[in-house]
Design a binder for this molecule. Structure first.
Ligand SMILES: [Zn+2]
Length: 575
């Protein structure tokens, strides 16, 4: 069993899936002997080093080292977990792996989601047709034209228009036989307070559809035409829409983001469209909500670096620094693109064109640098003001995962404030230990799920380490740094992966410690447990290439080897 999917079904998929067809949807491939080659979608290259072998049903990039089977490819390119990728392949192959596996409650929820998505699709189609053809949408079409969007872009981005009436959508949904309760759940319509019936949420607005990672429309954003308040309204949260987890444009941009390993984060729908239209495809928008931890983690599935492009006003700055606090701890490199005061991406591009904008992208500066500048320039002059600002900067430096960057920033801060760098360093350490203390206090609240804490064997650390086989050491690292490996080990039980009791105990304890940790924060968490840390393979460096391409098969081979060792041991016992 892997997740909820029976092994025989996985076997069936593995044998039946056409990896060539799957990869060809994303990569242009050319035949070359037994292989098909093309440009790698996982790194930027000019000559093809990416190769698919349909006979063996595998792919491999000789440039960046990524490789694996069809599941692995789909997981990487779409940012899916193994069960998600398997589900998708299964549904395309017509293999039914859900039916018997879902509990009645899960099945009810699945049907509800499907049904809600259908309602959104009907609404999206209605809005879109209105925009393209309805006489009353003329103002909206002109508005779009003024911003440079014609019929083609309206179609490409599935834009829509909500008529300026109380019941246009309500009536349409009725005619389509939609259950009004479902439309209410989605927030598309609301019950009238004083009379019978419902009224539309979106009226007289330009409509942007918001997609989830499978490309389904889960919500809408509506912009007022001309002046008036509120400028934007969005669908409320619903069973299929959690705004903290959805980013506008991510579905369309995800491959460009992965390829560049970089994502530009903007605030508005039009910023996103303007950049996409100018050929900057790795762009997503927060659409009116503040960035969340979930957003940051979502971005980390696709990118290594985030470029923040917010308005250059007080609110924009505040949003930039708020986002910084969420992004830095995930290990995402974070930089800021600065435009001239009063410009947004749309107006900037129209005025200066793509090349100048590309130069601005290149010139993006580390967010911590900007934060330092901002705090110090805002600080009242005098010792108290400067030291307060320095303190604020140090509190952010604690979040930087890269010690080199911390060091450089400390020196820069020392230079600007004329505070001794050693003093700043001391202060930084103090902030760090206060944070650790605080999180240790919070941790004393008993952790959920994995109930018992397996006591660690009490041998000295050196002996422990000698006890770790190279295979166990490697797997422990994977367990620490690859959340999906950790998940699989939890699901399939530690003992099937690790051979001896000490490794099993160590793995169990690591799982317990890391169960609620954000990806990228594993090391920070473990640093709070020095006695655990010293039992781990040293140095605890992790190279993602150790895992790249191996995925699930690698884990299966660990299980196989462990099972073999157990069998040999049992045989020995008999002889
Ligand atoms: Zn590659």
């Amino acid at each position: 069993m892997t997740g909820n999917i029976p092994d025989d079904k996985i076997q069936l998929m593995r044998e039946g899936v056409d990896i060539l067809e799957l990869v060809s949807r994303y990569v242009q491939l050319k035949r070359s002997g037994a292989n098909h080659v093309g440009l790698c979608p996982f790194h930027t290259e000019k000559t093809p080093s990416f190769s698919v072998n349909p006979g063996r049903q595998i792919f491999k990039c000789f440039g960046c080292g990524v490789g694996g089977d069809a599941f692995e490819f789909l997981m990487r390119i779409e940012g899916l977990s193994f069960p998600e990728a398997a589900l998708r392949i299964a549904s395309e192959m017509g293999i039914d792996i859900e039916e018997r596996r879902l509990s009645p409650e899960e099945e009810r929820r699945r049907q509800e989601h499907e049904s809600l998505q259908r309602v959104n699709a009907i609404a999206a189609e209605f809005f879109h047709r209105q925009l393209l053809d309805a006489p009353q949408a003329e103002d909206c079409r002109q508005y779009l034209n003024r911003r440079g969007y014609g019929r083609t872009s309206a179609t490409e981005y599935q834009l829509g228009y909500a008529p300026d009436r109380w019941d246009a959508l309500t009536k349409h949904l009725q005619q389509q036989g939609v259950d009004p309760a479902e439309a209410r759940t989605l927030g598309l319509i609301r019950r009238r307070e004083k009379s019978q019936g419902d009224y539309d949420l979106f009226r007289g607005r330009l409509i942007f559809p918001i997609h989830d990672l499978s490309g389904r429309i889960v919500a809408f954003g509506g912009r007022i035409l001309g002046e008036g308040q509120p400028k934007y309204i969005n669908s409320p949260e619903s069973p299929i829409y959690h705004k903290g987890q959805v980013l506008f444009g991510l579905y369309a941009a995800r491959q460009a983001i992965r390829q560049a390993a970089e994502v530009v984060l903007v605030e508005g729908y039009f910023d996103q469209l303007a950049l996409a239209r100018a050929g900057v495809n790795n762009v997503v928008a927060t659409c009116g909500t503040a960035l969340t931890v979930e957003h940051a983690q979502l971005l980390k599935r696709y990118a290594k670096r985030v470029l923040l492009l917010f308005d250059d006003d007080k609110a924009g700055r505040a949003a930039t620094f708020k986002s910084m606090e969420l992004l830095l701890p995930t290990g995402l490199e974070t930089a800021v693109i600065e435009l001239e005061v009063g410009e947004d991406p749309d107006s900037f591009l129209q005025k200066h064109g793509k090349e100048v904008f590309a130069a601005q992208l290149q010139a993006a500066r580390p967010v911590i640098e900007l934060f330092m500048e901002d705090r110090l320039s805002a600080a009242p002059s005098g010792a108290a003001g400067v030291s307060r600002a320095a303190q604020q900067v140090l509190e952010m430096l604690v979040l930087l995962p890269n010690p080199l960057e911390v060091d450089l920033s400390l020196k820069e801060l020392a230079r600007r404030t004329e505070i001794e760098v050693d003093l700043l360093r001391q202060q930084l350490e103090q902030i760090k230990s206060q944070l650790l203390e605080r999180s240790a206090r919070q941790k004393r609240v008993p952790a959920p799920r994995l109930e018992e804490t397996v006591p660690l064997p009490s041998e000295p650390a050196a002996e422990q380490q000698r006890a770790l086989t190279p295979a166990d050491a490697k797997l422990l690292k994977l367990l620490i740094f690859e959340p999906d490996v950790r998940q699989q080990i939890v699901e399939q039980e530690v003992e099937t992966f690790f051979f001896d009791a000490a490794s099993c105990a160590l793995a169990t304890e690591l799982i317990r410690q890391l169960q609620d940790v954000a990806s990228g924060q594993e090391l920070t968490r473990l640093q709070q447990r020095p006695e655990l840390l010293e039992r781990l393979p040293q140095p605890l460096l992790y190279d993602p290439a150790e895992y790249a391409g191996a995925g699930r098969q690698m884990l299966e081979s660990y299980q196989q080897k462990t099972a073999d060792r157990r069998r040999r041991q049992q045989l020995k016992g008999y002889s």
